[in-house]
Design a protein around this ligand. Structure first.
Ligand code: ADP
Length: 369
């Protein structure tokens, strides 16, 4: 039976440093929730406080309505799958999966039945007698998963479980994990720094930064309506244009003096406040003539075009040297040769104004336009 997880006003402090800062998060039973953020954001610390490997300095953790804040891991109805599998090399797959049940004193018949079930779930029954070093990385990860599932926890905690796999296999395992979670109806709490992975698998994503949840939402909500410039840049890609909000309107004037119209304003920047306007590369259109009817347009130079399979990405540079990205479907796309001039334009519905924040260190372009 799945259980819900409640993290209420939880903080964890290491030597004066707030690794987790007053976090509240409610995870519905049977849902797939990801904690997403860069390294050091506090994701694993939250997971460890849910599992009982770490205790909060403040706040409460509840699993299935029961206060487990200070209970040890073995007294909680949870199990953790780690990135490094931690399989015993000298034991077969079946013995690895049986290990925890043996520790719990589950009798032989019952144990064998449950090991069989767990290996079937992850489609590894045929490999039951192999040793871990006779398995691929993906197969080892499946065994690690089976070893957690065999204990029938209500909540499964996964700490970057696919981090060691190559991209293709990781994508395949993402789909398998999601299907398995659906089928079992278990609660999954998944830690990752990979936004594509979080988008692909989660019902809800908590975007973490500096020990806090910056935004909690479904994949579509986070992608289409980020609450802050940080989330906007962390999920997918954005072009950011710094400037000044024009009075109390939905318009901004960039540092280079160009006016842009936005359909959305997030976080209520004050009139005339400094803002960042944001537009995603896939919402940019390119034209070799000035699109006079378009309210948002920029003249740029083509630096390069990059083939990304089904899309073509143009790396543009604006006067002053800032990069600006445009992504178009490759089928039927016009080619623009390097060093030619183009007009980049986009509709206000794809443009959002955010209160200005320093995004140095994020993977996003920002500069005068
Ligand atoms: P994430 O999982 O998002 O990468 P962590 O939760 O592992 O982040 O860590 C959050 C912060 O807390 C980091 O700055 C990390 O260095 C620090 N931290 C984590 N565990 C400990 C610990 N046992 N002792 C001291 N600092 C720690």
């Amino acid at each position: 039976m799945a259980a819900d997880v409640e993290v209420e006003r939880v903080s964890k402090i290491y030597g004066g440093f707030k690794a987790v800062d007053d976090v509240t998060l409610r995870i519905a039973k049977g849902s797939f929730v990801s904690l997403l953020g860069s390294s050091g954001a506090g994701k694993s610390t939250i997971l460890r406080m849910i599992s009982g490997f770490e205790f909060p300095d403040y706040g409460t953790v509840r699993i299935g309505g029961k206060d487990v804040t200070m209970l040890p891991p073995y007294s909680r109805d949870v199990n953790t799958v780690f990135q490094n599998y931690a399989l015993f090399p000298h034991m077969s797959v079946a013995e690895n999966v049986a290990y925890g049940l043996r520790q719990d004193g589950v009798p032989g018949d019952e144990r064998r039945k449950r090991v069989r079930e767990a290996l079937e779930m992850v489609e590894m029954l045929a490999f039951a007698e192999r040793r871990p070093n006779q398995l691929s990385g993906g197969q080892q990860q499946r065994v690690a998963l089976a070893r957690s599932l065999v204990k029938r926890p209500s909540v499964l905690l996964l700490d970057e479980p696919l981090g060691a796999l190559d991209r293709k296999l990781r994508q395949q395992m993402q789909v398998e994990l999601k299907l398995l979670q659906r089928q079992l109806g278990l609660t999954f709490v998944f830690v990752t720094h990979d936004q594509e992975e979080a988008l692909a698998m989660s019902d809800q994503i908590a975007v973490m930064r500096h020990g806090k949840i910056e935004q909690l939402g479904g994949p579509t909500e986070l992608y289409d309506a980020p609450a802050t410039a940080f989330v906007a840049g962390f999920i997918g890609t954005q072009n950011f244009i710094p400037g000044q909000r024009r009075e109390a309107t939905q318009a901004m004037t960039s540092d280079a003096g160009t006016t842009f119209m936005a359909a959305r304003i997030a976080g209520e920047p004050a009139r005339n406040a400094r803002v960042l306007g944001a537009v995603r590369p896939e919402n940019i259109l390119l034209s070799d003539r000035e699109p006079v009817a378009s309210p948002n347009r920029l003249k740029a130079r083509v630096d390069a075009s990059v083939m990304l399979g089904d899309t073509l990405e143009f790396v543009l540079s604006l006067p002053g040297g800032t990069h600006f990205m445009a992504r178009v479907p490759r089928r039927g796309a016009r080619q623009f040769a390097p060093d030619t001039e183009v007009w980049a334009h986009w509709e206000p519905e794809f443009f959002t104004l955010y209160p200005y924040e320093d995004l140095q260190g994020n993977r996003t372009g920002a500069g005068p336009a």
